[in-house]
Structure formats: C-alpha cells, structure tokens
Write a protein of this length. Structure first.
Length: 191
C-alpha cells in the first residue's frame, strides 16, 4: 500500500478512535480493561517491569492499571523520546511522582531511573487479526521492541477499543513489529 493510502488510513482510524473515545463511558471501559488485564498478568511471573504510556489524543488510558500493578510489586514506567530515529527509553514512574513535558508535548518522568520493560503496552489507531498495529507513523514502538528484544523476550501489547480492529489486513512494511496481544474492553486477543 502506498504511503498516501497509509496516511489516509491513519486519518480515518484517528477519527474513528476519537468518536469511540467520546461515546464510550470511560469508567466502564476502565473497569473492563483492568479486569481482563489482571487475569492475564496473574500468571506472568517473569513480567516485573511494565512500560505504559501517558494517554493523549483520545488514546486509551493505561494508567488505570497502575494501582493494581503496584499492589503486585510491579515497576511501572513511561516512555521517553531521546531522538527521532532512536528507540524509546523507559523511566520508572507512578502517580504522584514528578513529571515534565517531553517531545510532542507528552508528559515524561522527571528522573534518571531508566528501566527495561518486560511488557510494553502501547497506543494504536487500528489493529488487525495478525497483530499488526497502525500507529502515528514515527516507528518509535517498532524500533523500541526490536531493540529490547536483542537481550530479552519483551512482550508487546496494544491497548484499544474493540471497534478499532480492522477486518482487512493493515498496511505493513518489513520494519513493522506485530503485537503479541491487544487489550480491549471485551478481552485480550493473543496473536
């Protein structure tokens, strides 16, 4: 698929997500994703560091998972952009800790505590049955997962509304990394 078509697809998917975000009760959505996530992670004993993200632009909010993760002794972190063509780094963070505005106006932890996630939860515009993810086009998460997997098996999970699923294959390129799973208000799909 050409880049123009990919850009058009992103625009359509963004508008759809924005509409879904404004029409679905956030409290109900949060309760459902917490319930499914708690069940999924309960047997993942090797997952101790989780990379989340600070939601912007109608993205689903993964920070609702933090309270549970902290009660389980997990370390939570947020991504930081260090360069346009570099992988993201993750710094530990939990609510109440200092935060500053980073690249693209996204809040990032104000500390030097770099961690390596066992699980990265990422935002998306759309996903398909093969686990391919349509993001904003910067390639940050693809580069990051490839980088992290050089030394360990980092799990890669998208967070979305179930209606963000594309029933046709999403455009993908050789550098795109498929998700291991997607968490939605209706459950977790593994790929």
């Amino acid at each position: 698929m050409s880049e123009i078509n990919k850009l058009q697809y992103r625009n359509i998917a963004f508008r759809k997500r924005k509409k879904l975000h404004s029409n679905i009760p956030q409290d109900e959505y949060s309760l459902n994703i917490k319930r499914f996530f708690e069940k999924w992670i309960s047997d993942k004993k090797t997952v101790s560091v989780i990379g989340l993200y600070y939601a912007v632009k109608s993205e689903m909010n993964p920070l609702v998972l933090i309270d549970y993760l902290e009660t389980q002794g997990k370390i939570t972190s947020l991504p930081v952009v260090v360069g346009q063509n570099s992988p993201l780094i993750f710094k530990s963070w939990s609510p109440g800790k200092d935060i500053v505005v980073g690249h693209y106006g996204i809040p990032v932890p104000d500390n030097d505590q770099i961690v390596t996630p066992d699980l990265v939860i990422c935002p998306l515009l759309a996903y398909d049955a093969k686990g391919m993810r349509l993001g904003y086009g910067g390639g940050f998460y693809d580069r990051t997962i490839k980088h992290l997997r050089r030394n360990k098996k980092t799990r890669y999970m998208g967070l979305a509304f179930s209606e963000q699923k594309s029933y046709q294959d999403l455009p993908s390129e050789a550098h795109d990394v498929p998700l291991d799973a997607v968490l939605t208000e209706t459950g977790i799909s593994n790929f």
